[in-house]
Design a protein around this ligand. Structure first.
Ligand code: FAD
Ligand code: MLT
Ligand code: ZN
Length: 484
């Protein structure tokens, strides 16, 4: 059980009683209160199966008023809650640790307004990211964020984690793209900062408190987000390279040659690509794949003129070949082929889980040392139980994902990895979490990427906004009653 592995003690919260349940069922009706153990199971286990809670109640509000009534009641009765959206989070933030009530946002899924001219979408927090993107495409707009979990993650979950993804290089992060939001505080008060203006420098920008705070300061119920025009031309290049040094050379060249249209620059090592190829029976578009390359790069350009962009991308590839930067490469603007290439990249995260237990790390590392972490780990973990040590990620944003897979969880391997890997990253002046957040599994390492004055202010904010600590306890800030 998770709490044992992480040595966390349950906080001073009330146990759920019949009286509490009758309040919730009266508020939501029997259908929107789940208490059946089998049905609750999925809400207790995270995507990567690294944490497991034991909540026996899942509530499914449909309106902000309902979220407000639930939180007001929970606060008055000292009942802890865990906000949950698509449950695709990778740091154990989205599932309860003990018996916290799960507040599932899935039914708050209405689009409120699409302002085509301004490029602003306003919607409820429970809308699925991919559905929003599909909706926006009908008016020639798109979401400024895209990630492999798009079919399941909800916009409120993305906002609450400040998720990054594969378009961040071009469109920036959600602190910039979310124009406004509505959130409910722990005591049930609704904070309306659903601004839709691009410029509005009037006082404090309170939206930032809720973006990336992982459900610890409030529940996000509505979001207004700025949406760029849908690009008329999408071109993708898939490259094979034989050293990490050449990956960096390719990135430099791509920035120089393609600056204004470059929208993704993703890197995968051989072992990462192998995961998609072998577990999903997918094909690499490079004919030389049989021999393989040590590194692969997936680049995307988004522009307004297909032939102009194609010309630029082919000239980039020609130069890269001539300078011996890449060994092989293929280009396409055919939507089906573009999708297949992206699938190779996007399913790594899902595929690796087939190997058993996966230690996952998500770090920012300055580019010159970016890949050194993989080499250091390979050297440190010479153990037959380790199946694969691989690295891939959003190189264009300085963000690498490290995956160490084993048939099952092994405490000695865990002890060899942590805190070593976090200390190593700190030594390189990187971040212990680039885009996934702190959640439950990384609270012990927050201080490695934030100063003590920052953490002090974080605790003060938490104290002020949620004095009873009912909102997503044990997450982000390291619980004080924990050893280690
Ligand atoms: P959940 O996982 O349900 O919740 C995430 C956190 O937010 C939890 O702490 C939860 O309590 C809190 N929360 C959820 N909804 C609310 C709300 N309405 N109000 C307040 N708090 C809330 N992440 C990236 O950054 N970049 C990637 O490229 C990326 N790719 C991924 C690919 C795959 C295949 C998977 C499985 C995950 C990926 N992730 C990525 C991680 C994850 O998808 C993101 O963090 C995503 O934003 C989580 O959204 P969700 O709806 O699933 O939220
Ligand atoms: C990704 O970019 O694929 C993700 O952030 C998911 C992961 O790291 O597993
Ligand atoms: Zn990622």
């Amino acid at each position: 059980f998770t709490a044992d592995r992480y040595k966390v003690e349950r906080g001073p919260y009330a146990n759920i009683s019949k009286e509490h349940l009758s309040f919730f069922s009266e508020l939501l009706g029997q259908n929107r209160m789940i208490t059946n153990a089998d049905e609750c199971e999925g809400y207790n286990i995270d995507f990567a199966k690294i944490v497991r809670g034991k909540s026996s109640v899942v509530l499914k509000p449909k309106t902000t008023d309902e979220v407000s009534s639930i939180l007001k009641y929970c606060n008055e009765n000292r009942l802890a809650v865990c906000p949950q959206s698509g449950n695709t989070g990778l740091v154990g933030g989205s599932v309860p640790v003990f018996d916290e009530i799960v507040i599932s946002m899935k039914l708050m899924n209405k689009i409120i307004e699409t302002n085509e001219l301004a490029g602003v979408l306003t919607c409820e927090a429970g809308c699925i990211l991919e559905e929003l993107d599909n909706h926006l495409a009908t008016v020639n707009l798109m979401m400024p964020i895209d990630l492999g979990a798009k079919g399941s993650c909800l916009i409120g979950g993305c906002v609450s984690t400040n998720a990054g993804g594969i378009r961040l290089l071009r469109y920036g992060n959600l602190h910039g793209n979310v124009l406004g939001l509505e959130a409910v505080k722990a005591n049930g008060e609704v904070v309306d900062c659903l601004n839709t203006l691009k410029k509005n420098n009037t006082g404090y920008h309170l939206k930032h408190l809720f973006i990336g705070s992982e459900g610890t300061l409030g529940i996000v119920t509505k979001v207004a987000i700025q949406c760029p025009p849908l690009p008329k031309a999408i071109n993708v290049a898939f490259l094979g390279l034989n050293s990490f040094d050449k990956v960096l050379k390719a990135f430099r060249l791509a920035k120089n040659e393609l600056g204004e249209i470059l929208s993704s620059f993703e890197m995968m090592d051989r072992h990462s690509l192998d995961v998609s190829v072998s577990y999903f029976n997918l094909k690499s578009p490079l004919t030389t794949y049989k021999d393989g390359h040590d590194f692969y790069v997936l680049m995307e350009t988004s522009g307004s003129n297909v032939s102009h962009d194609e010309e630029k991308l082919s000239s980039f590839v020609e130069k890269a070949m001539a300078d011996d930067v890449i060994e092989d490469g293929t280009l396409t603007s055919d939507p089906a082929k573009v999708k297949n290439i992206w699938t190779l990249r996007e399913r790594i995260s899902e595929g690796i889980l087939r190997e058993g237990y996966v230690f996952k790390y998500d770090m920012s590392i300055p580019l010159p040392s970016f890949y050194s972490v993989i080499e250091v780990l390979k050297d440190r973990l010479r153990d037959p139980r380790v199946l694969r040590i691989s690295g891939y990620g959003h190189l264009g944003d300085g963000n690498i994902h490290v995956q160490v897979s084993l048939p099952k969880y092994e405490p000695e391997i865990a002890a060899k990895l942590e805190p070593f890997i976090f200390e190593y990253i700190c030594g390189l002046r990187g971040s212990v979490s680039a885009e996934h957040g702190i959640g439950f599994t990384k609270t012990k390492y927050l201080h490695m990427s934030r100063t003590s004055s920052e953490i002090k202010l974080m605790r003060q904010l938490k104290e002020m906004m949620d004095p009873n600590g009912i909102l997503n306890p044990y997450k982000v800030l390291h619980p004080r009653n924990v050893s280690g």
